[in-house]
Design a protein around this ligand. Sequence first.
Ligand code: FAD
Length: 411
Amino acid sequence: MRKILIVGAGQAGLQLALGLQDRGYEVTLMTNRTSDEIRAGRVMSTQCMFHTALRHERDLGINFWEDQAPRIEGLGLSLAAPDGTRPIDWVGRLDAYAQSVDQRVKMAGWMETFAECGGRIVIHGAAVSDLDYFSRAYDLVLVAAGKGELVSMFSRDASRSPYDTPQRALAVAYVHGLAPRPEHPDFHAVRFNIVPGAGELFVMPTLTTSGPADILFWESIPGGPLDVFAGVKDPAEHLRVTLDLMRRHLPWEYDRAGKVELTDAGGTLSGRYAPVVRNPIGELPSGGVVLGVADVVVANDPITGQGSNNASKCAASYLASIVEHGDQPFDRAWMQSAFDRYWDSAQHVTKWTNALLGPPPEHVLNLIGAAGQLSSVARRFVNGFDDPADFEEYFFEPDKTAAYLAAAAQG
Ligand SMILES: Cc1cc2nc3c(=O)[nH]c(=O)nc-3n(C[C@H](O)[C@H](O)[C@H](O)COP(=O)(O)OP(=O)(O)OC[C@H]3O[C@@H](n4cnc5c(N)ncnc54)[C@H](O)[C@@H]3O)c2cc1C
């Protein structure tokens, strides 16, 4: 059977490794941390995943936490006014539920499953020089190492990367004790709170190492009034700053947070990165080539919560491309075609995510305002998180938005 090396054990690397293993490929997984180190380490994401991405996991029978993780049945949006009121405030229902399973739980569990099923795991932080050697020893080398140093092998595609600096500073806190949302205590939803000109707070149910919890995730415009986490010294201070920003800008969220405490010492994360699309074929000094996977090649800002979804879709798409290719060589032409097939869907995510990072134009404000009056608009908007290609129909161009809203108002 064909020998495949996957570098990186995140959503994409592990999902692909498990899928290839299931098809009988000889897969080696090289990654820089053991499952115990992942489980005991720091949170890495908020990882909310929608129906299509979750379906790829179900297809492989690796949705091990589906019955324990909260079912996210809606997405809400609130726009904050300086006086603490919410001129826009609504929730739309998802056609199928979303879920967030802490990557510490999922990646550690998937690594152990891969090993139990006979998969070979090498714990090693790979360098470009290692890949030079391995590209000769394997039929195919896939680099699924996220946003780390190995991306240096993949050149930036400037035509698809409008930003060259981070557009948000990220600050995540996992908490227990958040009170139910009074607007709809009977179902779980992600809430997208916008502080105009300053950033956003996402509040999201999750399953973490200590059971169900909530995530408080600030996305701050760099240099703005919410961009205050850089000097934070420890997790307790991170939570204090998170809550203080909520008290000042989003009192309805702060009111639910009187009893919150961090889930664990690793329950906070902060940082920033520039969104980027890269050329998918990594060039090695020897002249060999490797194929980039998921965040290595398409890293969007998490403002739309799409990176894990993309990673799942990329893994599923690459799995199909590998299997369909049979015994033929995994050459440059095949690598480019495998990426192009994935980019067919990923391009919509990138376009929509990059659009949301700028100030909202008037037609987008009209759209999110109308969603508060028309439940059909709210429903369509929130289901776009599962299939962002739908935004092409009504989101980007003022004429299309106006025509859609006029039709929606007619019922
Ligand atoms: C704050 C934040 C919130 C987010 N929220 C969401 C969300 O709600 N929904 C969503 O869909 N996405 C979200 N994302 C994005 C999502 O987490 C990523 O896009 C996704 O994890 C990418 O998966 P991946 O497999 O490509 O890479 P990663 O998950 O980054 O995995 C990379 C793996 O490679 C390993 N590795 C790195 N370097 C090396 C090396 N040199 N050698 C060997 N191994 C290496 C790492 O240890 C890791 O195991 C968020 C991201 C952030 C930062």
